[in-house]
Design a protein around this ligand. Structure first.
Ligand code: ADP
Length: 687
């Protein structure tokens, strides 16, 4: 029955309205005293309030405004009973509808009824709005949660994200999640608004076990479950009151967490307020959504473990190869020495037949030595223990050396060997011995895989990175390339990449016959890589192969840097404590000096302020550099100022000062001259 609250102190109107409304099945309550109005609204909770504007009170407009404000949020319809000549706009504005006096029964009833219908419609609308807002909120939570799922590969974190999402979207009182890692690693995470009594926690544990068991036939259960293997983790919101068994009677939702056949656990949530269908959708979605990232995380864990195992195996294998190779070297040296003694005749005369076999033995000992050295080199490179001695050198020296070493083999096969070197090639920054090793591997392969009377052509050129178009090379740098082209058996296209992999020998009757370890090219590749270069091959089967490697040409700046580095190494070896005073901040040189001088060298960074010397404490050597783009007169001026300063301040004389002035870059000065100047300009100020 709809409720109408009538505010009036007019006896006649009250009795008339009471009679009419009761007749029309409406519940009417009357308030005659101003002070009781709001109390009455609270207790009676009307659908419609009728205010008689003739009501005797302190101020009818203020009262009407107050009623309006107090009733708005609950959709209570507020109507005024007004005289037909009422023109008080402030009063009229407060109400939703009006009943005009003198009252006509029919109009009165139909106005009241339509107001009540309006109230019902507003109620439905409000409810729909609230439901919509809740659904939107849940959608938002779902969206955010799934975005967060995507960013994590940690299983525990994923479960946390899901629980957070559920908590936000369902506001449950208590939830548990039973997660399985293995039979003896099972976790029960209890998320609850309040702490759980001991017996309640036991009951939850039991319930979780039963829920899990109910999902499977006994024989197909993925994990055996024993209470003692369950680790309980409690996450409690408010530590005040304790929850007890009745919480289990709250409304609940339950879901297994699985991806396809794989089972991860179960989850159940409890809420005092009943769950609606949209809550169930939200719950199902979240518990399903977590499964896929959980599986990915599990796979990731497995891959990580397998990787660690593989890494260990790889390390053990490398160590094994390294140890065995070392062990083989000693007896091999003894055999080689013994063969030398026998061949030399010290142990007695040898017959020609004996010489033949001794020669055979010696050749094979050398081959074995080569293989062992290759194995050792590769294991050193892989362990990052290969030591390089880079220096500015020309590339021709190692190539000529290899040519001389392999001359006999070339002659034996009557191979037409040519070496084509471009004029005035710049220097490169290489470890000459390692580059010799690379060239040896390439040329000896070319000899090996080229039939008698064939051809081998070695060409050395200067090329730009763009021209070479190799992924490892910088397009804006220059390189020197060394190509070894032969007219041998060639390599099939599909095998071209493989030849640089360890232990790869391309199956062909010839290469099988020829034999080898498949280590030469991988070693060559690693050595070239260490030079920041690249190696590649082009080949046509039965026509020949062309192996090329490129090493970068140093520009003036890098040459300067390498020379400076050398100086610093020797300064460090002499135990100098090095201090650097920089005169200019802006030059390119200034920042690369900092790069070189990382760590153990104290850098005093400063401008033209010579007093910075004072910052270098104690007895120390000071390598003084000015690297700047200042003209040389200015530089000399600064230099002199520093000299004068040091000489005039006795306390600075306790420093031994290596004083160098470098002007770089400077169009007029070559790098060589600059380095020379660094050397000659060194003066020592004795204490
Ligand atoms: P190996 O010790 O077996 O020569 P490498 O790593 O030097 O090991 O070479 C790997 C494989 O690449 C060789 O077994 C051969 O099949 C192929 N290969 C290398 N150089 C040439 C070449 N110049 N012509 C044809 N095939 C070659």
């Amino acid at each position: 029955m709809a409720r109408v609250l009538f505010i009036s102190n007019d006896e006649h109107k009250i009795s008339t309205l009471q009679a009419i409304l009761t007749k029309n099945m409406l519940d009417i309550e009357v308030v005659c005293e101003e002070g009781k109005i709001f109390e009455n609204i609270q207790s009676f909770f009307p659908d419609l309030i009728l205010l008689d504007t003739a009501f005797e009170c302190s101020d009818i407009v203020v009262l009407a405004k107050k009623i309006k404000i107090n009733t708005q949020t609950d959709n209570i319809i507020f109507s005024l009973i007004v005289n037909s000549d009422c023109d008080n706009q402030d009063l009229l504005k407060t109400a939703f509808s009006y009943i005009v006096e003198p009252m006509n029964e029919k109009i009165l009833v139909s106005t009241i009824m339509s107001n009540i219908r309006m109230k019902n419609s507003l109620d439905v609308l409000s409810k729909n709005n609230a439901d919509l807002a809740k659904s939107l909120y849940q959608l938002d939570v779902l969206y955010n949660t799934s975005t967060r799922f995507a960013g994590s590969l940690d299983r525990e974190k994923l479960v946390d994200i899901m629980l957070e999402g559920l908590e936000k979207s369902l506001s449950f009182n208590m939830s548990y999640i039973l997660l399985f890692n293995s039979d003896d690693d099972i976790k029960l995470i209890i998320n609850s608004l309040h702490p759980l009594s001991e017996r309640f926690e036991q009951a939850v544990k039991l319930r979780a076990m039963i829920s899990y068991k109910s999902l499977f036939d006994k024989k197909q259960m993925p994990y055996a479950i024993k209470p003692e293997n369950i680790n309980v983790e409690r996450r409690i919101k408010h530590p005040y009151v304790e929850y007890d068994l009745p919480v289990l009677n709250y409304d609940n939702m339950f879901a297994p967490i699985t991806v396809g056949e794989k089972f991860f656990g179960v989850i159940e949530v409890f809420r005092e307020e009943e769950f609606k269908s949209e809550d169930a959708t939200c719950f199902q979605t979240l518990s399903k959504q977590v499964s896929i990232p959980l599986e990915t995380a599990t796979l990731y864990d497995e891959i990580k473990q397998t990787n660690t195992k593989l890494e260990n195996l790889e390390r053990m294998k490398s160590e094994f190869i390294s140890i065995v190779s070392h062990e083989l070297r000693t007896p091999l040296t003894a055999i080689k020495n013994s063969l030398g003694i026998l061949k030399g005749g010290t142990a007695g005369e040898t017959t020609p037949v004996m010489d033949k076999f001794l020669g055979l033995a010696e050749r094979n000992v050398l081959r074995l030595k080569g293989i062992i050295n290759d194995l050792l080199d590769l294991s050193k490179i892989e362990a990052g223990k290969m030591k390089y001695t880079f220096e500015r050198a020309d590339i021709i020296t190692p190539i000529e050396a290899v040519k001389n070493t392999l001359e006999n083999l070339i002659k034996e096969k009557n191979i037409n060997f040519s070496l084509d070197i471009e004029d005035s090639l710049p220097l490169v920054f290489i470890d000459t011995l390692r580059i010799e090793q690379v060239v040896t591997n390439l040329i000896s392969n070319a000899i090996k895989f080229t039939p008698e009377n064939g051809e081998i052509k070695v060409s050395v050129k200067l090329c730009s990175g763009v021209e070479l178009n190799q992924a490892e090379l910088a397009p804006d740098m220059d390189y020197i390339t060394v190509s070894v082209k032969d007219s041998g058996i060639g390599i099939e296209q599909e095998n071209l990449e493989k030849v640089f992999d360890k232990f790869q020998q391309i199956e062909s009757s010839l290469s099988r016959k020829i034999g080898g370890t498949g280590l030469g090219l991988p070693i060559a590749k690693q050595l070239v890589d260490a030079h920041k270069g690249a190696i590649w091959v082009e080949s046509v089967i039965n026509q020949g192969s062309n192996f090329t490697f490129a090493v970068p040409v140093l520009n003036d700046f890098e040459i300067f840097k390498s020379d400076l580095e050398k100086q610093l190494v020797s300064a460090k070896a002499n135990n100098y404590k090095l201090g650097i005073v920089k005169i200019s901040e802006k030059t390119q040189g200034a920042s690369f000096i900092e790069d070189i001088l990382s760590g153990d060298i104290s850098i005093i960074r400063k401008t033209t302020n010579v007093k910075d010397y004072a910052m270098i404490e104690g007895n120390c050597k000071v390598l003084y550099y000015t690297v700047m783009q200042m003209d040389r007169y200015a530089l000399n001026f600064v230099g002199k100022k520093i000299d004068g300063f040091i000489n005039s301040e006795p306390k600075y004389k306790k420093c031994d000062i290596l004083f160098s002035t470098a002007l770089y870059p400077d169009d007029e000065m070559t790098v060589e001259a600059l380095i020379e100047r660094l050397r000659t300009n060194t003066i020592e100020v004795k204490s």
